[in-house]
Write a protein that binds this ligand. Structure first.
Ligand SMILES: O=C(O)CCC(=O)C(=O)O
Ligand SMILES: [Fe+2]
Length: 285
């Protein structure tokens, strides 16, 4: 029997009693609906081969390779492997791998014209302590902003690049993949499926707010960073081997805690998922 249980008031839902390898359309629809409502869906106790994980990820949209080529799975480039290759040849800890996703709260793919709709992780190895993933709802962040700030950002766009924000880094990209021009996204966005408004912001990728003088833009970025995480909007995921967790990058932010014993393994497969139809629309189409 499928059981669906919210993990906090606004963020996170847990699904138990399913095997995603054998999930009928109805069962998937109820997981998808719960995921849309709570932004993060946790499915426990799965035993997957890599092909199963890719097939399940495809039910959410279009699975695409991540721009960090060096961390792609050798045989399945659409899968990124997290937590492998943590030590360099001389035995020093590679912080970029160990602390991947931990530098700041973020939304995946904001450097892209069409950011990732979702990111999905499957836990293969989990440390004895630490290594959680933190989530927070940007619907709640938007709702909680003071009217003064709402008025300031409504209708404005941010310029985003990979690693371009002051908390960002592009060290996981190959040199030839660095230095792309910024892309622009509205700072307040309406979710294409729920119709709800949310803040869209990422302090590791935002370079500036369009149409503002540098000092004003910097001050606004600082203020949004302070306000993007609202206490009642959070869910911290404590991993178990066999967990699948998917989050909605259109309305959630996340970060890795980056605090587990480095000598222990913490390994995930990760897929990056786009909306199925990313084609440009013709007016009236
Ligand atoms: O490892 C984690 O907990 C999250 C890493 C991350 O930010 C990502 O995979 O997008
Ligand atoms: Fe991330």
């Amino acid at each position: 029997m499928t059981e669906i249980r919210p993990l906090s008031e606004h963020t996170g839902v847990e699904i138990a009693g399913v095997d995603v390898r054998r999930l009928e359309e109805d069962g998937f629809r109820s997981i998808y609906a719960a995921w849309l409502e709570y932004g993060v869906a946790v499915v426990r106790n799965q035993t997957l081969e890599i092909g199963d994980f890719i097939a399940y990820s495809r039910r959410f949209g279009h699975v695409v390779p991540h721009p960090s080529r060096s961390t792609r799975h050798a045989d399945h480039p659409e899968v990124t492997v997290l937590g492998v290759g943590k030590f360099d040849a001389d035995g020093t800890l590679n912080e970029e791998i160990y602390r991947r996703g931990a530098a700041s709260w973020h939304t995946d793919g904001a450097y892209d014209e069409v950011p990732f709709k979702a990111t999905q992780l499957y836990a293969l190895a989990v440390p004895s302590r630490g290594g959680d993933t933190h989530f927070s709802s940007m619907y709640r962040a938007w709702d909680a902003l003071p009217e003064r700030l709402k008025a300031k950002i409504e209708g404005r766009r941010g310029a985003f690049t990979y690693g371009g924000g002051k908390r960002g880094s592009d060290a996981l990209l190959n040199p030839e993949d660095r230095g792309h021009a910024p892309v622009f996204h509205p700072l307040v966005r309406t979710h294409p499926e729920t119709g709800r408004q949310s803040l869209y912001f990422d302090p590791g990728k935002i370079v500036r707010v369009e149409g503002m003088a540098p000092a004003e833009s910097d001050a606004l970025i600082d203020e949004l960073e302070e306000r993007m995480v609202v206490a009642d909007a959070r869910y911290d995921h404590r991993w178990r081997v066999g967990d699948i967790v998917i989050w909605d990058n259109r309305c959630m932010v996340h970060r890795a805690a980056g605090d587990y014993p480095p000598e222990e393994d913490r390994i995930h497969w990760r897929t990056s998922i786009k909306e199925r139809d990313t084609g440009a629309r013709v007016a009236g189409d």
